[in-house]
Design a protein around this ligand. Structure first.
Ligand SMILES: [Zn+2]
Length: 388
């Protein structure tokens, strides 16, 4: 058994909560599709049975806390679970429609974001919904675009302080709220979802116009810092601490690399020559960046996330540029490996738990396992986090 395979397998939690069972399912899915070992398929089956018996009754269809999270690996194994797949897809479409047209929470970022909101579910449906409801889905996405562009203000990305100040000490530096440009909860996430869905056939003039306007706002946020480094800020308020942006440069959730990922996806739709120039300049900067400045190894706000983003960029560029991107991703993976071997694992203070595939040790092992093995279309985790 390969070292990373063993680490990944040994770091599965046996807790019965939804998030632990979801992570277990996704890890077992990768272990099975990469190694084809029967024992992983057996454990995968019993995990699916447990989740179905305990967690499939509700209508939370989000991509992290709801049904879409488990539907990604299960629909990828369609040949093993065809009937269950169809049930899940129908339920997710119902849930998406219900939340889009109910009057609750439309002003909350959680309504739109990747984890709990409609943008995560939309990316799943764009790839998996039946052809006969595609036109209806397009109409729903046009309605979503209207909500986002309401009066041209994109107010939905303004996060008010009462939502977070009570819970998060570090957010107290935004006493009057902030505009959220980030990939995990903000504008970049919605932009990535619309762009990926567009590439999957969810297309219309209105949706194209929305992608264009969101890209424009994202590009207008580009800032050059005193250090000469140019960044996309994840959060912006009237008072800006540029040191934070330097530190967050290589983060998936709120860093420049995560936002640049959304701009690359959007420009696959827009095919704009000027935007391409900005992308190439930013990538050149990314490649010269000393990633060891980053302070942890996890996926969400650490080096594993950057490595997986770079890995997914490889097919998008010329041979010469792709080679350099691949080399950078490998350098980061080697750095992570040496940290693991030296047991210098830097547990980030905000880590959800060490088993988490988003900000725990499993997130690091999972990314290394994905990059070491060519999983191509079966790489559902990269799809769930808007990298492909
Ligand atoms: Zn994060």
């Amino acid at each position: 058994m390969n070292n990373i395979e063993l680490l990944l397998y040994e770091n599965i939690s046996d807790e019965k909560s939804f998030h632990s069972q979801r992570d277990k399912l996704i890890v077992l899915y990768y272990l099975y599709v990469i190694t084809h070992k029967e024992k992983y398929l057996c454990e995968l089956n019993s995990t699916i049975v447990f989740i179905n018996n305990n967690y499939c009754g509700g209508l939370d269809t989000s991509v992290w806390f709801g049904l879409a999270s488990i539907a990604y690996p299960i629909t990828s194994l369609n040949y093993v679970y065809p009937e269950f797949c169809n049930q899940l897809i129908s339920k997710i479409y119902l849930g998406f429609n219900y939340s889009l047209h109910s009057d609750e929470n439309k002003n909350s970022y959680k309504f739109y974001d990747l984890f709990r909101g409609v943008s995560g579910t939309l990316r799943f449906l764009a790839e998996n919904c039946m052809e006969d409801i595609q036109n209806e889905l397009i109409e729903n996405v046009e309605y979503l675009c209207e909500l986002i562009l309401y009066k041209g203000k994109m107010q939905v990305f303004n996060v008010s302080p009462e939502i977070y100040v009570r819970n998060h000490e570090k957010m107290k530096k935004y006493p009057n709220g902030y505009f959220d440009y980030g990939l995990s909860h903000g504008l970049a996430g919605v932009l990535a979802s619309l762009s990926l869905s567009y590439t999957q056939g969810i297309q219309s003039e209105k949706i194209l116009d929305c992608i264009y306007k969101l890209t424009k706002v994202q590009l207008e946020s580009l800032m050059c810092l005193p250090s000469d480094r140019c960044i996309f800020p994840g959060r912006k308020s009237e008072k800006i601490d540029t040191k934070d942006f330097e530190k967050n440069y290589y983060n998936w959730c709120y860093g420049t690399i995560g936002i640049l990922n959304s701009i690359i996806l959007a420009n696959k739709v827009l095919c704009d020559v000027q935007i391409k120039k900005i992308i190439i300049n930013m990538i050149n900067e990314m490649l010269s960046f000393d990633f060891k400045e980053e302070n942890n190894l996890f996926f969400c706000h650490g080096l594993a996330g950057s490595a997986l983003i770079l890995y997914n960029w490889i097919p998008n560029f010329s041979k010469k540029k792709s080679y350099k991107i691949k080399k950078k991703a490998e350098d980061i993976c080697n750095f992570i490996m040496s940290n693991i071997e030296n047991k210098a694992f830097n547990m980030y203070e905000d880590a959800h738990n060490e088993f988490s595939i988003i900000d725990g040790k499993s997130s690091v092992y999972l990314v290394l396992f994905i990059i070491q093995n060519d999983v191509a279309d079966e790489d559902v985790f990269s799809k769930m986090v808007f990298l492909k």
